[in-house]
Structure formats: structure tokens, C-alpha cells
Design a protein around this ligand. Structure first.
Ligand code: DX5
Ligand code: ZN
Length: 215
């Protein structure tokens, strides 16, 4: 599955570019939430998510929460209409992470754990039984348009051995056609792509190209 990241869309063209992707058959969008503390960038707030759900009710909103403040933001984005929420292992204690994963389950929001490129993949074993998805960062989070970290391929293989097909593995950061193919061969099933889809000449053409490569 391709889950386009809307981070690097010209913010004044969000509706137009998302509509183009919907018309091209995209079912899920990856919405990067950055708080200026956990990462050195600011992006969207809960209103963007509720506006997204109003305008695109049949599209799935996947929230990648890059914030050390889950206590305020997990409920706020749940209320805004998040359907999948991905929480960073590095952003809170394990106790807190467990608490918010349980909260998401109770509120019928699919839940996942995100790992930065330098966090051991082995920590996932504590969460596999209670999550719907894993997100492996293939760049250090904060900005779109970065270069894929090649060592990520062995991390995808390691995660794949660990989850044994029980939980899908998603990859995020520096994904283009060529890299998506390698990530797929390593065991990834969900592909976040931002600048590769939205910062070239044609969104339709880029989606078709990535889809063709992943088939
Ligand atoms: C990075 C974000 C990514 C980013 C992907 O912190 O989590 O989702 O927008 O953008 P590209 O595909 O350009 O690396
Ligand atoms: Zn992301």
C-alpha cells in the first residue's frame, strides 16, 4: 500500500493535490504532526485532520505523531478523526506508550509504534501483540526530502523476522521507486512517500510509477 505524506505539499494546494491522489486510487494519507520540540519543525494541528475528514470522508487519516506531548495531542487527534495513530517509542516512557496504545484501542483508532533509525528494532517485541502496525523511520524525522538511510534495509529485515507477518511494516523517509522496491523485498508492506509524489511535475504520473514498481 502507498500512504502519501502530505507534509511537502504546498500548503495552499493541499485540497487539489490530495484530490488528485484520491482520484488516482489512494485510500490512506500519512499526516505528519511535528511539534517543534521532538523534532525541529512545525506542521499541522488537529484542525487539519478534521478538515481532511470533512473534505475526504472515505480516505483514511494516518497520524504520525512526532511530539513529546501525547497527553494533550493523542486525545486531540483522536477527536479530530484520526483512524490510525503512530506513536514514537523515543517520545515517552514505555509505561506511557502502553497507556496510549490501550487508549487508542479503546477508542477504535488503529495504533502503531514508530522507531527512529537509531533505536534497536528489538524493542518492538514488547508491543507486537497490541499494535496494528509498525513504522520504521528510514530518515531521522523532522523534514521531508531527506535521503534514505541504506542501513534501514537490514532493520526492515530484522523487524520482518520479529513480527513473522503478524503486523505490517511501514517505511517512511526518502522513499522513491527504486528504494521502495528494495524495502519491499526486505519485508515492508506500506510505503510513505512525500516529495517523490508531490514535488515532481505530475502527482498522477508519480503515483502510477510507484504503484507499477511495487506490483
Ligand atoms: C519525516 C516525515 C516523513 C516525510 C516523508 O519526518 O515523517 O513522513 O514527510 O517525506 P519524503 O518522502 O520526502 O522523505
Ligand atoms: Zn512521517
Amino acid at each position: 500500500m502507498i500512504a502519501p505524506s502530505i507534509l511537502n505539499i504546498n500548503n495552499l494546494n493541499l485540497e487539489k493535490d490530495i484530490q488528485t491522489a484520491v482520484n488516482a486510487g489512494i485510500k490512506r494519507f500519512h499526516i505528519d504532526i511535528m511539534d517543534g520540540h521532538f523534532v525541529a519543525n512545525l506542521s499541522f494541528g488537529p484542525q487539519l485532520v478534521s478538515d481532511f475528514k470533512k473534505t475526504f470522508p472515505t480516505s483514511e487519516a494516518e497520524i504520525h505523531l512526532m511530539s513529546n506531548n501525547p497527553d494533550d495531542l493523542v486525545p486531540a487527534f483522536t477527536k479530530a478523526g484520526a483512524q490510525i495513530m503512530l506513536l514514537h517509542y523515543e517520545a515517552m516512557t514505555e509505561e506511557k506508550l502502553n497507556y496510549w496504545l490501550d487508549y487508542l484501542k479503546e477508542n477504535h483508532v488503529k495504533a502503531g509504534v514508530v522507531l527512529n533509525p537509531d533505536t534497536p528494532v528489538s524493542v518492538l517485541s514488547k508491543f507486537i501483540s497490541k499494535i496494528d502496525q509498525i513504522l520504521l523511520m528510514t530518515v531521522f524525522p523532522g523534514f521531508g526530502g531527506q535521503k534514505f538511510i541504506p542501513e534501514s534495509l537490514s532493520r526492515i529485515k530484522e523487524a520482518s523476522r520479529l513480527v513473522k507477518g503478524k503486523v505490517p511494516i511501514e517505511v517512511d523517509g526518502g522513499i522513491n521507486g527504486q528504494i521502495a522496491k528494495k524495502a519491499k523485498d526486505a519485508g515492508a508492506e506500506i510505503f510513505v512517500a512525500g516529495s517523490y509524489l508531490f514535488c515532481q511535475n505530475s502527482v498522477e504520473k508519480q503515483i502510477a510509477e510507484l504503484r507499477g514498481i511495487l506490483q
